[in-house]
Write a protein that binds this ligand. Structure first.
Ligand code: C2E
Ligand code: MG
Ligand code: MG
Ligand code: MG
Length: 279
């Protein structure tokens, strides 16, 4: 009896695992086929200077709408695209499209606009990455000074000398670097000293309950003070309430991003947000 139950459980398990593997394979296939089609598009979310309420830039965020799978959130398809390597082709398209969009906004009078683009570790490690960045800048005419690449600690964990070299090359070109999702994962404070970051983005999980939980409040305040002391600009992600914003102003956080100001919007809807003063 027990043996039978055990065997059933085993069968149940394998079929579950097969289902998951199948779903993964299916998504992988759809991702490969989607490259070069109009299934991907970018949305943009404003970054707001805390002191003035003005938008200083935008973060480009990728969306995927697939006829079979529907709208798949980036947290689900990006890891998958990384594992199978299609992120390199997708990321190239993101760079090209976002630089072209941003160039228009710069020409429309937002000369100092910062365009923030997420780059996954897998993309960074691709031999063609630097070439892709250069091509996107040259193709769009966007100045490197307008571009900021967001990377996560995953990249820095690789401990490879060429990562240092690549980051230096980018900063020498005038491209800015920011560390995304700071405070999650395996943050090591030594990264902040070792790599040439311009900006630190506090992960949005820190905003949740920040005003109610004293420990969290202290953490955020300390991260802001530390980053400022190191000469980094600080962006708080996931700002949803006016109370959070007031607190960020009180602790001298530089920039805020979140639903309080705007959800990510299509390229065509960004201009009015760049002209607004968020108060
Ligand atoms: P991220 O880079 O940390 O981006 C911020 C995420 O927080 C976005 O989720 C954004 O929509 C969301 N967000 C912004 N404000 C708020 C808020 O007030 N409340 C809440 N609850 N969420 C807020 P999204 O667009 O789903 O992207 C998720 C992640 O997917 C990104 O996290 C980034 O790691 C990755 N991703 C998105 N686009 C790209 C891309 O083009 N390339 C790569 N490599 N990764 C990307
Ligand atoms: Mg980001
Ligand atoms: Mg982030
Ligand atoms: Mg995040």
């Amino acid at each position: 009896q027990a043996k039978l139950a055990g065997r059933n459980r085993f069968c149940f398990f394998t079929s579950r695992m097969n289902e998951e593997a199948e779903a993964r394979l299916r998504m992988e296939g759809e991702l490969r086929r989607a490259v070069g089609t109009d299934q991907f598009h970018l949305v943009y979310q404003p970054l707001v200077a805390v002191a003035t309420g003005r938008a200083v830039g935008v973060e480009a965020l990728l969306r995927w709408s697939n006829p079979e799978l529907g709208n798949v959130p980036p947290d689900r398809f990006i890891p998958q695209a990384e594992t199978c390597g299609v992120i390199v082709a997708i990321g190239r398209m993101v760079l090209e499209t976002a630089c072209r969009d941003a160039r228009r906004w710069v020409e429309d009078g937002h000369a100092d606009l910062r365009l923030c683009i997420n780059v996954s570790p897998r993309q960074f490690q691709d031999a063609g990455f630097l070439g892709d960045v250069r091509a996107a800048l040259a193709g769009s005419g966007l100045s490197p000074a307008n571009l900021e690449l967001e990377i996560t600690e995953g990249l820095l964990l690789t401990e490879r000398g060429d990562v240092d070299t690549l980051l230096r090359t980018l900063t020498d070109m005038g491209v800015k670097l920011s560390i995304d999702d700071f405070g999650t994962g395996y943050s090591s404070l030594s990264y902040l000293e070792r790599f040439p970051f311009d900006t630190l983005k506090i992960d949005r999980s820190f905003m949740i309950g920040m005003l109610e939980r004293q420990e969290r409040k202290v953490l955020v305040e300390t991260i802001v003070a530390m980053a400022s002391g190191l000469g980094l600009e600080v962006i708080a992600e996931g700002v949803e309430t006016a109370e959070q914003m007031a607190h960020l102003a009180a602790i001298n956080c530089d920039i805020a991003q979140g639903y309080l100001f705007s959800r990510p919007v299509p390229a065509g809807d960004i201009s009015p947000l760049l002209d607004r003063v968020f108060r």
